[in-house]
Design a protein. Structure first.
Length: 95
């Protein structure tokens, strides 16, 4: 299961998508559908918070890679998610 909570920044200058659970199987499409609901201008101001994610499968990783390439920022705290974010962004530090 995956829960996605959407929060706006204080000045509505960015949107945080806070993910909790597993980014796998049918839940990958849930995140993809939410991404498509955002306008193009909003997409560059989206932070995807993976702090509460416990598992990411190959399709989830592929989606995160695509969303990052389309302007989303990725935040991770756990070992699994930090490693995946570093692979996607090529950065050490997980942001």
């Amino acid at each position: 299961m995956l829960r996605i909570t959407e929060q706006s920044g204080a000045a509505n200058d960015f949107i945080s998508l806070i993910l909790e659970g597993r980014l796998a199987g049918p839940w990958v499409e849930e995140l993809n559908a939410l991404w498509h609901q955002l306008t193009v201008s909003q997409r560059g101001n989206v932070l995807i918070d993976l702090s509460g994610v416990t598992f990411i499968d190959a399709t989830g990783k592929t989606l995160l890679d695509r969303l990052w390439r389309q302007g989303a920022r990725l935040r991770a705290t756990g070992c699994l998610t930090r490693c995946i974010v570093e692979q996607i962004t090529g950065e050490h530090g997980g942001n």
